[in-house]
Design a protein around this ligand. Structure first.
Ligand SMILES: Cc1ncc(COP(=O)(O)O)c(C=O)c1O
Length: 410
């Protein structure tokens, strides 16, 4: 069976299959959700929504949090709050899941894709600065992309795989040109940069709680901010922009983006376990690091100084020349052993869904995309499953590497 074979909905996967990431439901999820059902508070108003917002704000270290129906809607609203308009441009990591890029198009703006740095795979702050300083003109308080002539209006760094973006240089250049920063901190919940939680650095920070995130509500999201005016406006826009709740008067087009109480209840129970989940992820990462570090051609994920990563998605690089196997062949071989693995997303500058003509070159992201493979790293991954992953990767690398050596000798 291949790792990409589908299971019937509701049917358990085969006992010996090791999925990439599955949720961990072992706290008070049932109790809190049952309370919603028992009391009829199932919809978008309820104490759990408020409680979940308080917990999210506390965790991010921000004054406000507004729960949303998913992470994409939090990003969409953040772009509106930042005043991004039709035909503006927004700088974004090319190495990201597509959702934040799509959100830029939802407001009619255009993404400018920025390359990754090679060490931690995050958006390269030097490339951000270089684009703004060299590829744009600054006149009458406005930045314009020299290639497209469009106005550059915001920066949207995406913290990927559980490791923080080096955000300080991005904040500095954003301040210089008065550009709002919107953080997509979805994959960085529980991670810190200089001791501060991700999501708290930008004008707004966004989170998703979909099924593969470190905590999940099944589907859900959050927008966090320190700015009261933005928080009030986010709440207004996410609840159909209701100006008079009795007479149902609406003066603007709003959105039905509010999270339900049932899902927020699950979120509260999950958030209570976040520290334990982060600890579990870090311990899996440490075990993998010790086991893979000496394998030829394998680079393990690093952690920058003064940050704390969650290693949300444990991702190695495979150098085919040294390992004797490329990342996609390793994916297929692991699949034969019922171990699911996954490459990184197609870099956005290659996506047919988006136009990269206004973007600088992104060679590092291309290399990372060809060499990267994410390995099973569920919070609840058992020691024996970890052993199986470790042993399988080691066997496959050693086998192929030795085959390569003997072929070269022949
Ligand atoms: C970085 C990032 N941003 C946004 C999203 C989208 O969130 P959602 O699926 O909740 O809309 C995801 C994943 O789903 C993601 O990984």
């Amino acid at each position: 069976m291949s790792s990409h074979e589908k299971f019937a909905p509701g049917a358990p996967p085969p006992a010996d299959f090791i999925p990439l990431i599955v949720p961990e439901i072992r706290g008070k999820e049932w109790q809190y959700v049952k309370e919603c059902l028992d009391t009829n508070w199932v919809s978008s108003v309820g104490t759990y929504v408020e409680r979940f917002e308080q917990m999210a704000a506390e965790r991010a270290g921000t004054r406000y949090a507004v729960a949303t129906v998913n992470g994409t809607s939090a990003l969409h609203v953040s772009l509106l709050l930042a005043g991004v308009e039709r035909d503006d441009e927004v700088l974004i990591s090319t190495l990201t899941f597509i959702a934040p890029t799509n959100a830029i198009r939802y407001v009619g703006a255009w993404p400018v894709f920025i390359d990754a740095e090679p060490r931690y795979f995050q958006i390269d702050p030097k490339a951000v600065v270089s684009f703004l300083e060299n590829d744009c003109t600054f006149r009458d308080g406005e930045l314009r992309n020299k290639r497209t002539g469009r106005r550059v209006k915001a920066i949207l760094p995406v913290h990927i795989l559980g490791h923080p973006v080096d955000i300080d240089p991005i904040l500095a250049v954003a301040e210089k040109y008065s550009l709002p920063v919107i953080e997509d901190a979805t994959e960085g919940l529980g991670a810190t940069y200089r001791g501060k939680s991700l999501g708290s650095f930008g004008q707004t920070g966004c989170f998703s709680y979909n099924g593969n995130k470190i905590i999940t509500t099944g589907g859900g999201g959050m927008l966090v901010t320190d700015d009261e005016r933005l928080a009030v406006r986010a709440r207004y826009l996410t609840t159909q922009a209701k100006d008079d709740p009795i007479e149902y008067v609406h003066n603007e087009v709003g959105f039905n983006y509010r999270l339900t109480n049932v899902l927020a209840a699950m979120g509260c129970a999950q958030m209570e376990q976040l520290d334990a989940f982060v600890a579990a992820k870090r311990s899996i990462a440490e075990r993998y690091r010790r086991s893979f570090s000496d394998l030829p051609g394998i680079s393990v994920p690093e952690e920058a100084s003064s940050v704390s990563s969650t290693f949300w998605m444990y991702t190695i690089l495979i150098d085919e020349q040294l390992a004797g196997i490329d990342s996609r062949s390793l994916l297929r071989e692991l699949g034969k052993r019922k171990i699911q693995s996954r490459p990184l997303w197609q870099p956005m500058h290659h996506s047919k869904a988006h136009d990269a003509s206004g973007s600088p070159a992104c060679p590092i992201a291309d290399r990372l995309h060809s060499q990267a493979l994410s390995l099973p790293c569920s919070v609840g991954l058992s020691a024996s499953s970890q052993d199986k992953v470790i042993q399988s990767v080691a066997e496959l690398i050693n086998e192929k590497c030795h085959a390569g050596v003997s072929q070269n000798r022949a």
